[in-house]
Design a protein around this ligand. Structure first.
Ligand code: SF4
Length: 155
């Protein structure tokens, strides 16, 4: 496979503890050399410097959409990828990283100023609620076998 035929893959973290991305580096330890025959890893801040988000074949996204910044990022990713995969339960259900959605009125009052100051959205959204996704990989963190099976469908 020539360099031009390789699938361009990006891995992105929205608001979360980045646990799925860390777990993914462990999967990469065993599988990346094999996958690099078929993919070019163009965006993954955990292991390489930032590059522009453009012309992706597959984007894997962890975390929740909790701020205007997250919203702009996920919309940019969606507009620049053929396949978008929600990675981990945060991206699919907005929990656990979006636990403020379950706060009671008193708890919400306590964080009100913070939400305004950092331009947080009224409610944390899963990736699925924010944009159309093409596939999903459950788990907190992601399940290794599910990740491999799902990812390999698209490369
Ligand atoms: S699903 Fe779990 S491990 Fe993955 S980003 Fe969310 S909290 Fe972290």
């Amino acid at each position: 496979m020539t360099e031009n035929e390789k699938k361009r893959v990006g891995i992105f973290s929205l608001t979360c503890d980045e646990g799925c991305g860390i777990f993914l580096t462990e999967i990469f330890n065993r599988k990346l050399v094999e996958w690099l025959e078929k993919i070019e890893l163009v965006y993954f801040l955990a292991i390489k410097d930032h590059v522009e988000i453009e012309n992706l074949d597959v984007a894997l996204v962890e975390g929740v959409v909790t701020s205007e910044r997250d919203k702009a990022l996920i919309e940019k990713i969606r507009a620049n990828t053929k396949i978008l995969i929600a990675m981990g339960t945060c991206a699919i259900t907005a929990l656990p990283s979006g636990q403020r959605n379950n706060f009671n009125i008193n708890q919400l009052k306590e964080i009100e100023g913070h939400l305004e100051k950092y331009k947080f959205l009224p409610k944390a959204l899963s990736v699925k609620e924010a944009v159309k996704v093409d596939d999903e990989i459950m788990g907190c963190p992601i399940d290794r076998e599910k990740f491999i099976n799902t990812f390999e469908k698209y490369i």
